[in-house]
Design a protein around this ligand. Structure first.
Ligand SMILES: Cc1cc2nc3c(=O)[nH]c(=O)nc-3n(C[C@H](O)[C@H](O)[C@H](O)COP(=O)(O)OP(=O)(O)OC[C@H]3O[C@@H](n4cnc5c(N)ncnc54)[C@H](O)[C@@H]3O)c2cc1C
Length: 454
């Protein structure tokens, strides 16, 4: 059995940052992925990322072939397309990446830091000794032979598949399953247009709940006249097929006339608050496997890299202290919550409001500026939304027969602040966890009942 200090399963954005951080401190790291080395980074994704993530992580900006396009802002269309929010704030500056090349850069960072990279290595399940995770059972996809890898700490960074997390025994204390309703299924294509992309430095989002219930459709400009176009919808009830919706409602737009398909595919994003607990004896969970995705726009590259770095730093401390227990790894939880998780949890409330609100309410809300560009920007960045609901607004919406919308928005703003505060006060040790978790459950059950339209 091969022995490592740390085994990271999954060489996506999260796994590479974790491996780079830990190997960079001199530990013996194995980074395993079922993909071939040259395919690492290839993924069904919108490929858009905010510049601020690079600044926070100290990563250089993408250049050359890794950069598809610089982004200056975003256009958000109301469900009936009558209102368009045109937001070009500094906070939204960003990039459309060539995902494969960006993934290759991150993989190279991990390898250069000293990680051993195992390509075409499929993780099958976690190996346990007592109540500790101590290794990973893998299968070599070239030979189909099984290989047991042993590690003092294992990181599950296998993306939405969460291959290890899903097979953990209950005693480890990490949720193995998440609600299907909190998952968005997406169909995405890369298309070459015959026409010029209008305002090619802007991302376009279309909010119709009828077409993309619980999600949205997007058109993101890439290099030349290529676009990344897709549609994601929540897996609630008898949800429609996202590919059918894209073909029936988005691709018939004149922009796509005579366009040609380069590639297409389906994948999933867990658009909810982060897992309540992301550490157990000998294990930490990072990225999509830990549900670290922005619940409103589904962006997960930034948070997964932040989490990879924070988990990596905590793992280094645990190895130095020789304490790889849940307690020894615990601080990764509050550190992530402080850096991104609290914002994410607040946005989960906002997501529920948008999903429950219905197209009419959103049309009215955007048209009459009950929800402004600034609110949406702040909300998507995870900042508190201080709604400016005046007597005039109240009268206007009462007149429109939509006073419940005003009430619900006020409720959202209050709940968002409460949820964020709770997450910022995440317990510093496992002792306070059960009580904290009960408080989370209580707040979210209030959110679910209160945000239903009346
Ligand atoms: C359609 C769509 C559009 C999106 N658009 C955006 C966007 O525009 N911007 C943004 O920031 N985010 C976007 N996201 C989310 C983003 O793609 C993810 O949040 C991000 O890639 C998460 O990184 P990760 O490292 O957790 O997982 P991943 O990047 O998914 O990496 C997981 C890795 O684990 C490997 N793996 C999986 N199972 C196993 C196994 N059993 N054994 C070994 N290896 C395994 C995979 O091969 C993969 O390399 C989008 C997601 C979807 C589905």
């Amino acid at each position: 059995m091969e022995k490592f200090d740390v085994i990271v399963v999954g060489a996506g954005t999260g796994g590479c940052l974790a491996a780079k951080t830990i190997a960079g401190a001199g530990f013996n790291v194995c980074l395993a992925d079922r993909k071939k080395q040259e395919d690492v980074g290839e993924k069904i994704c919108g490929d858009a990322i905010g510049k601020h993530h690079f600044d926070k992580l100290g990563l250089s900006y993408p250049v050359g072939a890794e950069l598809e396009r610089k982004i200056l802002g975003i256009k958000i269309y109301s469900p009936n397309n009558e209102t368009v929010f045109h937001v070009a704030e500094k906070e939204l500056f960003g990039f459309i990446l060539n995902r494969r090349r960006f993934g290759q850069r991150l993989l190279n960072y991990a390898i250069k830091a000293g990680s051993t990279f195992l390509e075409l290595t499929h993780a099958v399940e976690p190996l346990l000794e007592g109540n500790y995770v101590t290794g990973v059972l893998t299968r070599d996809l070239k030979t189909q032979k099984q290989l047991r890898l042993s590690g003092k700490i294992i990181v599950d960074a296998s993306g939405f598949s969460a291959i290890l997390r899903k097979k953990l025994p209950q005693e480890i204390g990490i949720d193995t399953e998440i609600n299907k309703e909190d998952v968005v299924v997406c169909y995405r294509e890369i298309r070459k247009l015959k026409t010029q992309i209008p305002e090619e430095e802007f991302l376009e989002l279309y909010l119709s709940q009828e077409i993309a219930p619980g999600g949205y459709s997007w058109i993101f400009p890439e290099r030349g006249n290529r676009v990344n176009v897709g549609l994601g919808l929540a897996m609630v009830g008898k949800f429609p097929n996202p590919k059918t919706q894209l073909y029936n409602h988005v691709l018939p737009k004149p922009l796509f006339e005579d366009s040609s398909l380069t590639s297409g595919g389906t994948w999933y994003a867990p658009t909810r608050r982060p897992l309540d607990c992301m550490t157990g004896n000998g294990i930490a969970i990072v990225g999509d496997a830990a549900c670290q995705v922005n619940p409103i726009h589904g962006g997960g590259m930034g948070p997964s890299m932040i989490a990879g770095k924070l988990a990596g730093e905590t793992i280094i401390e645990a190895l130095e202290k020789r304490d790889v227990s849940r307690e020894g790894l615990w601080m990764y939880n509050p550190r992530y919550m402080e850096w991104y998780g609290a914002k994410q949890a607040g946005l989960d409330v906002f997501r529920m409001f948008l999903q429950e609100g219905g197209d009419d309410n959103l049309d009215y809300g955007m048209k009459y500026k009950l929800i402004t560009e600034e609110d949406l920007l702040k909300a998507s960045m995870g900042e508190d939304v201080h709604l400016n609901i005046t007597e005039k607004t109240r009268r206007l919406f009462r007149g429109l027969g939509r006073i419940s919308l005003v009430k619900n928005l006020r409720e959202v703003a209050n709940l968002l602040t409460k949820v964020k505060t709770l997450y910022l006060n995440y317990p510093r040790s496992p002792q306070g966890f059960e009580e904290w978790r009960r408080n989370v459950e209580e707040l979210f059950s209030v959110a679910k009942t209160k945000l239903k339209p009346t």
